[in-house]
Design a protein around this ligand. Structure first.
Ligand code: PMP
Length: 370
């Protein structure tokens, strides 16, 4: 069995799991007795540490149930302050951004991605209007791994009042995520993409940014997100972030080696393939490959039977794969969008595992071409 779908989710780190088993963070952090105070202290310690990692202050970090909630909080929290606001995003965002925007009564400009997988910043500049309130762009695309030109985007927005929301889910642990460097007003992260638990994440919100809360309740998270805090998972998120940050160079170098080995082996094989997007612009852990003539659905099933876990960009609905919206943005309507597979790697993978993926691909392709 080879798992090569780490962009979908990662297993929980052993040290994170151990720490969580040792301490269930029992008290209600809002209680004024000792048990409550202990839980509150844990949460606030985690918040301070996380804020330091992001170069933010602790009053700017809000815990959420993950990036889907964080993205909803950021987008709805801004948009709901206006009547039919103008918002700019890209065609290649995650569903939690795209479907949130589609559900709003908003005027949304969707920027297309180029064949390299990145947007054109001039198009962003041309789309900006005086009344644009929000620009929502991901740092690393979850299907192709391609990084968006965030510094140019920041520059394009420097003279404008529009807020910048960055979905940095696929970036954290693979590259520096510093909210000031990135010029983020809002930024979202999720623990389960970085060897932390599922169902916990965070929203960074610059102190001057006002949001309308999505979940009202007992006033937790400075009235921005009601509900008793998930002390245990907040600790898990914090631990996973610290570990990822401490090991960032070692992990990302290993991921790059794996990606290089994978591409070298593919090149040496008889399998025809094209990389989707510009590999030189992509994060260390994701690669998306077009296999001409091979439907992704067939490939994924055959790979699964060979014990290899990979994925196509889009979610599987009732057994049929939709063409990827990301690849459609990059290449237009094309067979390529149904013939592409995402492999996403971990620093924990061995050379033998990478070889096993390519061997399985050779076998499947051999049968397909016969
Ligand atoms: N944004 C991106 C880029 C993602 O890859 C994901 C996870 N697939 C999400 C948001 C949603 O994160 P979560 O699973 O924490 O809701």
């Amino acid at each position: 069995e080879v798992y090569a779908d780490y962009a979908a989710t990662t297993p929980m780190d052993g040290a994170v799991r151990k720490a969580l088993l040792e301490d269930d963070g029992f008290g209600n952090p809002s209680s004024i007795h000792r048990a409550g105070k202990d839980a509150r202290a844990k949460i606030e310690k985690a918040r301070r540490g996380i804020a330091q990692l992001l170069n933010a202050s602790s009053s700017e970090v809000f815990f959420t149930s993950g990036a889907t909630e964080g993205n909803n909080m950021a987008i709805r929290g801004v948009a709901n302050q206006y009547v039919r606001p103008h918002i700019i995003t890209t065609e290649i965002e995650h569903a939690s951004v795209l479907n949130t925007l589609r559900s709003l009564d908003a005027d949304v400009t969707y920027l297309q991605a180029n064949a390299d997988g990145a947007i054109d910043v001039d198009e962003l500049k041309n789309s900006l209007r005086d009344e644009t309130v929000l620009v929502s762009i991901m740092l690393v695309n979850n299907e192709t791994g391609v990084m968006q030109p965030i510094y140019e985007i920041q520059e394009a927005l420097s003279e404008h009042t529009a807020l910048l929301h960055i979905d940095a889910v696929q970036a954290y642990g693979h590259m520096r995520v510093d909210v000031k460097e990135l010029g983020a007003d809002l930024l979202t992260l999720s623990a389960h993409k970085m060897y932390g638990p599922k169902g916990i994440g965070l929203l960074y919100k610059h102190k001057d940014v006002k949001l309308i809360p999505l979940i009202t309740g007992g006033g937790q998270e400075k009235e921005l997100r009601g509900g008793t805090e998930n002390t245990m998972w907040i600790e898990g998120l914090s631990l996973a972030m610290h570990q990822a940050s401490d090991a960032i160079t070692r992990r990302s170098i290993r991921e790059m080696q794996i990606k290089e080995q994978f591409l070298n082996l593919l090149t040496q094989s008889d399998i025809p393939f094209e990389v989707n997007g510009d590999v030189n612009k992509s994060a260390s852990h994701i690669i998306n490959i077009h296999f001409p003539f091979a439907e992704a659905e067939f490939m994924l099933t055959a790979l699964d039977m060979a014990g290899i876990h990979a994925s196509a960009g889009s979610a599987c609905q009732a057994g049929t794969l939709n063409p990827s919206h990301v690849l459609t943005s990059m290449y237009g309507e094309s067979d390529r969008n149904r013939q592409s597979i995402r492999f996403s790697f971990s620093y924990m993978m061995t050379d033998e595992e990478v070889e096993a993926i390519v061997t399985a691909l050779e076998d499947i392709y051999g049968r397909l071409m016969r």
